[in-house]
Structure formats: C-alpha cells, structure tokens
Design a protein around this ligand. Sequence first.
Ligand code: AHR
Length: 617
Amino acid sequence: MQVKINTRAEKADMQDLFGIFFEDLNHAADGGLYAELIQNRAFEFCSVDNPDYHGLTAWEKIEKGGKTELRVETEHGLFPENPHYLVMEILKEGEDTGVCNHGFHPGIFYEKGACYNFSCYARKERGDCDRLVISLRSRTGDIYTSQAIDITDKWEKYQLTFRAPFDDRQGRLAVTAKGSGCVELDFVSLFPAHTYKNRKNGLRRDLVQLLEEMHPKFLRFPGGCLVHGGSLHAGDRDSLYRWKNTIGPVENRPSCRNNWGYNQTMGLGYYEYFLLCEDLGAKPVPVLPGGYNPHTHEAAVGDELKEYIQDALDLIEFANGDAESYWGSRRAAMGHPEPFHMEYIGIGNEEVGEPFFERYPLFHRALREKYPEIKVIGTSGPFAAGKEYDRGWQSAREVGADLVDEHYYQAPEWFITNHHRYDAFPENGPKVFLGEYASQDNTWFHALAEASYMVGMQNAAHAVKMACYAPLFCHVHYENWRPDMIWLDNCTAVPSPSYHVQKLFMNHHGDVVLAQEISEKGPSVMMSRYPDSLPGDIVLEANESRVAFENIVITEEDTEKQYTCRGTVLSSERSREKITSVDSRNYTIRLHARELSGKKGFTISFGQQDEKNHVFW
Ligand code: AHR
C-alpha cells in the first residue's frame, strides 16, 4: 500500500477533538472523584433521593454497655439549605455510646501512615455530655486512634487531623459521647489530607492523575441525564441540575436527588469542575438544562424559563467575568480571581421533542447577543432517536448552533462498519460534538473498535470537532451503567482498555489533519501533525484491530522523500475477556513509540503484561 501525503496541505484543524466527559452516575462524584469519605455527612438523605434512603443511611448507633437513641431533626438546624442534623441521645452512658459512619461500601479506606482531616458541627442540647470522642475504627469496633473535643451549647465547627496507624478497607468513623444527655451533630466530614494538590474539599488524587495522564483537550460536565432529570423548580428536592446551587461553602449547597437514584451532596460543584479543567489543561464544556425534562415532558414557561436562560448567561460571567462583576466576584471569593476562560457552553442533553426545539433558540439568541465569542452547543438527541435526531439537527441548523451534541452506544461492529460515517457531513454549518459514545463492553475488542472509529473521526475533522467517550467512572459497588472508562472502588482504580485507547489518541493529538491519498482499499490510516513538532513529523494510526502494516511507504509530497513504516495493531483472543473486578491486573497496554527514519511513528501493541513486565500474546 502506498500512502501519499502532503505535509503542507492542511485538510482541517482538530485542536479540540478528543476530550473527556464526567457525569455523576455510578457514584462517580460522591464516593468517587470527590474525596469525602463520609456518606450522608449532613443527614440529608431521604426517600426522594432513593426509596431505601432515610436520614440515618450509612450511620449506625454504638451502645456498648449504655443506651443511645438516634434521630434526625430540623428544628435547630444551622444551614437552611441543608436543614437536617443528627440528634444523639445518650440515655445511659456506657463504655462506648454514640454513632458511627461506614462511608461508601464496603467501608472507609484507611491507609497506614496517611493523614485524615475531620470536621463537624456540634452542640450539646442538654445533659452533661460536654465531651465527644472522635475515633477511626475497624468494622468490628477496634479503635485505631482517637481524639476528644469539648463542646458547648452553641453550634460550633470542630476540626482535627488523624494519622491512621493501620491499613483498613472497611474502616469506620465514630463519634461517641462522655456523660449522658443530648448532643446534636451536623456536617460530619472526613477527607484524606492527600487529595489532589492537597486541596480542601478536594478530589481523589489517584483518579485525577489518571485523567491528567490522558491530556484531554476538554472536559464536558456535569453530566448527561443528570442535567435534565428532575423537577423544573429550583427549590425542589429533586430539581434539575442548577449550577448556582453548587458553589460557595459546601454547607450552603443544597444536597439533592440525583437522576441516577442517589443523593448528590454537590461537594463537587461548578467551581471544582472549573478548577479541574484548569488543572488538566482541558477546556471547560459545561452542559445546562434547557428548561425541559424529556423524561416527564414538563417544560418551563414564563419567568421560570427566563431563569434558566439567565443561569446560562450568569455562568459565563461566573467563569469569565472580572472579579468586579457580580458572578465574577463570587468566583474570586472562592479563591480564583482570574477567569477560567470558558469557550463553550452546551444547552440540553438529548432533549428531543418540540418543547426543547422551541426553547433552545431563546437560549441561543440570548447567549449570542451577550457573548458572541462563546460557542453554543445544541443537541440532536441520541442517534437512535431516528426522526427526532434529524429534527434536532434541523433545529440546530436553523438557529445557527456552533456544534450539535450527538450520542450513541453501539456494538463494536457498528463502529467498524460506520468508520466513514462523518466523511460526507458538510463542512459548513454546525459541527459535530460527539458528546457520548462507547461500544457496548469493556474488552480489548471493543476498545479497538473505538480506536478505529476515532481514526475515522480524525479523518473527518472538517465536520467533527469534539468527541468524548462515556461514561468516565464507575464505582464497582454502585453501578448504574456499563461499560465505563475507569472502574474504581474506595482504594483502587482500574482503567479499561478504552481508557488506554483514549489516552493514546489524546497523547498523540495533532492540530491539523493532512491531505492524503491511499493507493488501495484496505485498512484506513490517518495522518496528523503534532502542534509543536517540526513540519513533516507524522503520526500514523490504524483503524483495524488485527492488522500489521508491514510496508507502508509514506511519500512526502514536497520533498519526494520516502519513509517506510512498520505499524502493527494486534490483539489476542484473551482480549475478549471482560474486566469484571478492580482486582483484575491482567490488562495493560504497552505502547512502543519509536523513530522511523527520523520521523515519528508508532507501533501499537495491545498485550497482556505479567508481574515481571513481560508482554506476551
Ligand atoms: O452516559 C450515560 C447516559 O447516557 C447519559 O446520562 C445520557 O446522556 C445518555 O443517555
């Protein structure tokens, strides 16, 4: 096969092509990326969030030798946005009387020698129980370490730091009382001190590191259905996702039902998302609800709809406004006077249906008028929606959306067959933002089908401007959706083969696609140029899984120089096995980058790695 390229003929730019998408499903935020170790820290869980929840979910009483009663009340609450608190009544003082939290299943992960920051609000309501003992414990109640705090009859915040003397994957945090009487507790929190960048209210370091290593060009957040699932009214317990509820002190962020059937504390909120984008060097791509719930078909009207539009406008001021502007000053007060340089905003997620198509233009025009520099992303809904999908594109074209967000989850064969799907998409008009896609499992074969498809998207960079795999994270004990890119539990994370494919493409992300001619039909290849490389540096990628390119001759049009490449993409039968648990250590990708006649190219070997780092097939 002969491949002719002209290193000076730029076919299309592809600067922001491959990014990531974070959605709080599968406990990706609480219990996942957000490093809080206590579940139901503010006693706000209720049956609206999940029929099995109640105010004491994840809490248990301790009454060794004594008698304790627990209940959740609101009468003396400190925070109107999160009014519930725990009443701990010590009816009879015993050896050990109080309450303990078991964190996220199967328990709190303590690492020997690591430090943990505890905080809580507490007051004595009556009696002589002025001293509380905070302890890190085992599941069976063995106390690893403890410290005491003296409380008064006024709500006050208390903070302590612990060092864990043992490893434990099923740890507990306990608050016990000395004396008898009644104690009130709220916002009982425990974070590892070593969060990412050691930030307070921070994120899990190992998980952010995995994202960092990908070098994504953008981060779409805070979700798909998460954004548009729920009631339309801002104050409701199950309200649609409203970004203004997710900033400021965590105590003032109303915790809320999550579309995926659990409680979201909003501890990971918009400010933290923007910070994460900045840390990753990824452009923020927030998605806001369009005032319409496609599951219930409720649609906002009048002032309520105006509020949704205003939310979108205010978000841009929050991200980009100077520190003197109202929302810019809110950002500055949280510690970030510099703007976040937001360039994109998404309105709606899969909201097919006339009520959305009527509302989207109102958002679009308001945003265009005030912020013409911001690229507005509409939605076509899932590809599988057929006519509605076409209607979504039509509506986005009519109003002049910059990009259209389309989604699909398909069989690997579909991705391979549809390799050229976007070739004929028009260059003019709204561009494609493939905001969610995945082939339907986590085997190597599925990842390779995705890799093939990504090559196709690069080749169609005239029409496809952004694409991100979905979903990103899944906590193995709280699965809502599969496949997922990274599987995790409380202490480990296992990236799937799809993660490695995504990372590979992002780590070799070109800035333009070069014109090319391929002499014969066969596996498609794709050339792009590194943004910061010398002219003529080339990346060669392949779209088929079991293929060995033995003698690809690349001829540089302008110099007539020829380079022979030997690129190999292999997979083994074993690749069809699934990753079923986070303990599976079998699957590791080894990538060998090498120089080819002074030009950059790479061989991609997908293999298994044993303990001694030997790759075998
Ligand atoms: O990625 C999982 C879900 O799939 C998203 O929430 C939704 O947009 C899509 O249907």
